[in-house]
Ligand binder design. Sequence first.
Ligand SMILES: [Zn+2]
Length: 96
Amino acid sequence: MSPTVDTTEPLRTCVGCRTKRPQSALVRYALTADGTPVVSRTAAGRGAWLCADGATCLQQAIKRRGFERAWKRPVAATGFESLRVADEAMMANMSK
Ligand SMILES: [Zn+2]
């Protein structure tokens, strides 16, 4: 058995640019019970997906209320601030 591209990988839609991609190309954001968004593949609750390499997807998602749509609940402005921090931390990790 050689490792091949898994074509059964589920597709997710980026809440920013609305592009459908395999979930490994996207990052999952989840909303915790206290309303704080976190970057996590395993966090409980609804997931909102963003392109892992999409520099503008987060901004687009905030502008288009993609997160509210994905999570079906309003997100406080302070929630988006922590999202930006998480996003920047992720980008920093990836460039290492
Ligand atoms: Zn995107």
